[in-house]
Unconditional design. Sequence first.
Length: 295
Amino acid sequence: MTDATMSSITAPPPPPAGRRSPLGSVLIHTGLIAASIAMLYPLLWMLSASVRPEDEIFASTTLWPSSVDFASYVRGWFGLDVSFGRFTWNSLVIAVLTVAGNVIACSLAAYAFARLRFAGRNFWFAMMLGTMMIPYHVTLIPQYVLFLDLGWVNTILPLVVPKFLASDAFFIFLMVQFFRGIPRELDEAAMMDGCGPWRIYWKIMLPLSLPVLATAAIFSFIWTWDDFFGPLIYLNDMNTYTIQLGLRTFVDSSSTSDWGGLFAMSTLSLVPVFFFFLFFQRLLIEGIATTGMKR
């Protein structure tokens, strides 16, 4: 038996094309784990600080607390003039109404741009896309003056009513792209059966558009829940504060700040967003992946 034959027998077979070596996979997974820890470290530190005694929050350098104390949660929930549960309820009401407004109004506008034929459709669609390039601060003062004249300041109406008027061009554009990927033969078949535009929208477009509707709902909920600037401008009474404004009250530059209560309530404020994303992540990924498809 020749040396070439012996080497071909003893040498391991080469890895299949496109498959990484074990060492490369270990290095890649190690890097991803390290990046994940670096990204999660601020959240882990906040969670640790929320259960530390007040005098150890900034004194200790370790991530694991020396003792677990939930007094910050009790103090943060009941320590202000208004219970933190009130702030949570206000944020929940605004977020739910915003989600409903964006899903209903933006889907109607997107259906019109994607399926209906009317004079100036392309022009108005371009104008709608143009509003995405206008900074929010440019229209802030005119909007505030308008809502002040209407008597809506210090209510949730300025934060909710515009959502029912399809004011978020991003979601309209997202839904238009998705609607264009639905075969028009379905519309034609429904019209032959006697369906009008409203029934086609309700019976055909909406059931087939659950992924993009869920995507818009998730982004609307997260952006509204985390919004600080809008409530800061329009809400003046502490009873109408949202969670983000409530968290600000724990920090006072002129007196003592309750850092333990701040970190404890910040941790609780992340729970609804986490579960909302957890329950709808499959529809979110599907909606983003299929939005760019077009026939």
